[in-house]
Design a binder for this molecule. Structure first.
Ligand SMILES: Nc1nc2c(c(=O)[nH]1)N[C@H]1C(S)=C(S)[C@@H](COP(=O)(O)OP(=O)(O)OC[C@H]3O[C@@H](n4cnc5c(N)ncnc54)[C@H](O)[C@@H]3O)O[C@H]1N2
Ligand code: MOO
Ligand SMILES: [Mg+2]
Length: 413
């Protein structure tokens, strides 16, 4: 009899979906908002709908440089009409005199009475008259009032991250400020006595603190305010003190490392002492020992120290949690179907999220290839990859099978 605890079996690990659901059930969206000028609102999450006070366009206007006419004044091609007014964009025209044409430019209001615009290439102008060389259809080249946006229409829904085109759309209805949610404030810390900052000379047994940069970078890409609390010594007391300090100033605390079972891993006991550990260990690879809990009332995500595990667990758990905090309506990763360009002969009891590349082949088809290393310490695989391929539990994959792929371009926003 050894008297040892048994190693937990895979069945003790929480399935991925259950783990995400549990985490999201603890994510409380931001309650406070800010009103920002359009330029400053880029990338922020809209808190209140944007309604239009006007029709856009505000009046019927010309889609072409040409002549505004009444079609009934043109019985046949070759009809000549006197030019009774000139309407550049930005002017308010008179009603069109019957039996005449108005010189008009793209974007200029169509005068009352006109029912078509003839593009100037189909005309000939001389001595104050214009010859119309082709019969216009009623309505030709007229952009109708309200064709884009109607007065009182809701044009941007709350819960979207504002892209440049949203800013343009708001401006197009004369709205110059937007109400957005406050950005989530996330405190980050890295545990490990072996860590050095880049720029410092390397010492025997030490490594550079890469996780801090990966983590802070992903948080910034998601629009968070990052509170960098640096490195934490590998003792229970130091870990407790750092977590307490972090929880006092953030909406979420994320730590890297120290979540496994060695006696140098203090994150789990520290969270248990300071609050509650809601979850520990998920049936995924990499990132199995990922932890979630609360320090007092502040949510806490403990990502494993291995650099790829940190990257993957942040994308799988931290990102949806933060997107919910941020007020976004879509929180889960986008997955697309793609064709496997590899064989995966090793069924696993953990769902694997493997570094992969979706690329066009010589024959024009898209194929997913996987990085040869499964090690969660091989960080270079994350810059080789352009996404994660999902390798389901207990499944063998053959070249040509359909697989789920999560593009990084979608994950880092
Ligand atoms: N006996 C067991 N050992 C381990 C298990 C297990 O189930 N039983 N799980 C392994 C798995 S899986 C993972 S993932 C890691 C998780 O480790 P920790 O979260 O405890 O992290 P550390 O031990 O602190 O570090 C692990 C690894 O990562 C390096 N590291 C840590 N911080 C950073 C940083 N900021 N930048 C770059 N690299 C970092 C650290 O030097 C270690 O190499 O546990 C396994 N062990
Ligand atoms: O979960 Mo660990 O991430 O397998 O290396
Ligand atoms: Mg450890």
């Amino acid at each position: 009899m050894s008297g040892c605890d048994c190693t937990p079996s895979v069945s003790d690990l929480k399935p991925y979906e259950e783990a995400v659901e549990l985490l999201l059930s603890h994510a409380r969206p931001m309650q406070d908002t800010e009103t920002l000028n359009l330029h400053d609102a880029l990338g922020r999450v809209l808190a209140a709908p944007v309604n239009s006070g006007i029709d856009v366009p505000g009046w019927d206007n010309s889609a072409m440089d040409g002549y505004a006419v009444r079609t009934r004044d043109i019985p046949a091609a070759g009809t000549s009409l006197r030019i009774s007014q000139r309407i550049p964009a930005g002017t308010a025209p008179q009603a069109l005199e019957p039996g005449t044409a108005a010189r008009i430019f793209t974007g200029a209001p169509v005068p009352e009475g006109a029912d078509a615009v003839v593009m100037q290439e189909l005309t000939c102008e001389q001595n104050g008259e214009v010859i119309i060389n082709a019969l216009p259809q009623p309505g030709a080249h007229i952009r109708r009032r309200g064709e884009d946006i109607r007065q009182n229409e809701e044009i941007i829904q709350p819960g979207v991250r504002l892209l440049p085109q949203h800013l343009g759309l708001a401006a197009s209805v004369g709205v110059g400020q937007l109400q957005v949610w406050r950005r989530p404030r996330v405190a980050v810390l890295a545990s490990g006595d072996e860590l050095l900052m880049p720029g410092q000379p390397l010492k025997p047994g030490m490594i550079y603190n890469s996780n801090l940069f990966t983590l802070a970078g992903m948080l910034r890409a998601l629009g968070c305010e990052v509170i960098d609390l640096g490195q934490v010594e590998d003792t229970l007391e130091a870990t407790k003190a750092a977590l307490t300090n972090a929880a006092g100033q953030a909406d979420l605390v994320i730590a890297s490392g120290g979540v496994s079972v060695g006696e140098e891993d203090h994150v789990k006991p520290a969270v248990e002492a300071l609050g509650k550990l809601n979850m520990w260990k998920v049936a995924i690879r990499p990132g199995k020992p990922v932890a979630f809990g609360h320090i007092g009332d502040t949510p806490f995500l403990g990502t494993p120290g291995n650099p790829v595990s940190l990257f993957v667990t942040f994308l799988l758990f931290g990102r949806p949690f933060i997107r919910k905090l941020a007020g976004l309506s879509e929180v889960m990763p986008t997955t697309i179907q793609a064709t496997a360009g590899f064989d995966w002969n090793k069924p696993d009891k953990r769902r694997e999220f493997h570094r992969a590349r979706l690329e066009k082949q010589a024959d024009g088809s898209d194929r997913v290839s996987v990085h040869p290393s499964r090690s969660s310490a091989v960080l270079s695989s994350t810059t080789w990859a352009n996404g994660l391929v999902v390798l389901p539990e207990n499944q063998t994959i053959k070249t040509g099978d359909q697989v789920q792929f999560m593009p990084f371009s979608e994950l880092l926003s």
